[in-house]
Ligand binder design. Structure first.
Ligand code: CAA
Length: 257
């Protein structure tokens, strides 16, 4: 059997996925998307899942886009099916019940940028390059870029990036809010360790409830969203986690979640 293009490393429920297709700068073809969807479906079912971090193999590229060689000869119907496959996979990533973080370690173009946008937040190495260059290929973003990019950086900046196809560096990505942090590539590993410690150490139910409140609340009007927050706040008091967290504070010790 050929090797999986998705490497999975599990550190007590904080799972790091590495997309590995080095010959094509980790471009997303149908096989990579199928495997990613299979891995995400497995993770989704795990009660012990705490967070998912996603990155690209090597030091040059996160993901250089959808696979152009594979797309080149597609008919409109085949293109629609390919986009639907990718959208379903990215939806699965977006709706995982735990925090998801893109670790952008190089080129993050087209479908790569769309993959990062399906994560809750992104951090980038200082050599990262971002862009939605689809118009240079005679198409538009097809993996959610025209919708998730304006929601993250605003419609004017999304139109700027998507209609010019220009590439931006990590500093500009940080300035426009496409990424949360930029660091030297050599520091990405220690960032992963820090995140693993933080996300692995916090109360898993409250972390999941936080994500649910923010994600679902953003789709609702403010009053409904505030009511959702209240319901989830109360839900947190229904388990052992809140008792342990608050008792640990009062007893001046670390909580054990
Ligand atoms: N699809 C398929 N193969 C790709 C690829 C992609 N998106 N990006 C890079 N590759 C391949 C190259 O063809 C090359 O293969 P060969 O060695 O067999 O020729 C290999 O990866 C290395 O790439 P380069 O030699 O081009 O490396 P470089 O350092 O000179 O340039 C780059 C790097 C600027 C990222 C350049 O490869 C590039 O522009 N890639 C395409 C980026 C792009 O347009 N992405 C958007 C794709 S469309 C899309 O994603 C649509 C959507 O929304 C769904």
């Amino acid at each position: 059997m050929s090797e999986s293009p998705i490497e999975v490393v599990d550190n007590a429920g904080v799972v790091r996925l590495t997309i590995s297709r080095p010959k094509a700068l980790n471009a997303l073809n149908s096989d990579v998307l199928s495997e990613l969807e299979r891995v995400l479906a497995e993770l989704e079912a795990r009660d012990d899942l705490r967070a998912v971090l996603i990155t690209g193999a090597g030091e040059k590229s996160f993901v250089a886009g959808a696979d152009i060689a594979e797309m080149r000869t597609k008919t409109p119907e085949e293109a629609r099916a390919f986009a639907r496959q990718a959208l379903a996979t990215l939806k699965r990533l977006e709706t995982l019940p735990v925090p998801t973080v893109a670790l952008v370690n190089g080129f993050c173009l087209g479908g790569g940028c769309e993959l990062a946008l399906a994560c809750d937040w992104a951090v980038a190495s200082d050599n990262a390059i971002f862009g939605q260059p689809e118009v240079l290929l005679g198409v538009i973003p097809g993996f959610g870029g025209t919708q998730r990019l304006p929601r993250r950086v605003g419609p004017a900046m999304a139109l700027d990036l998507c209609t010019t196809g220009r590439k931006i560096d990590a500093a500009e990505a940080l300035r426009i809010g496409l990424v949360n942090r930029v660091m030297p590539q050599a520091e990405l590993d220690s960032y992963v360790e820090e995140l693993t410690r933080q996300l692995g150490g916090n109360g898993p139910r409250s972390v999941r409830a936080t994500k649910q409140a923010i994600h679902d609340g953003m789709e609702q009007d403010l009053d409904s969203a505030l009511a959702l927050e209240t319901a989830l706040f109360a839900f947190c008091f229904a388990g052992d986690e809140q008792t342990e967290g608050m008792s640990a504070f009062v007893e001046k010790r670390k909580p054990n979640f």
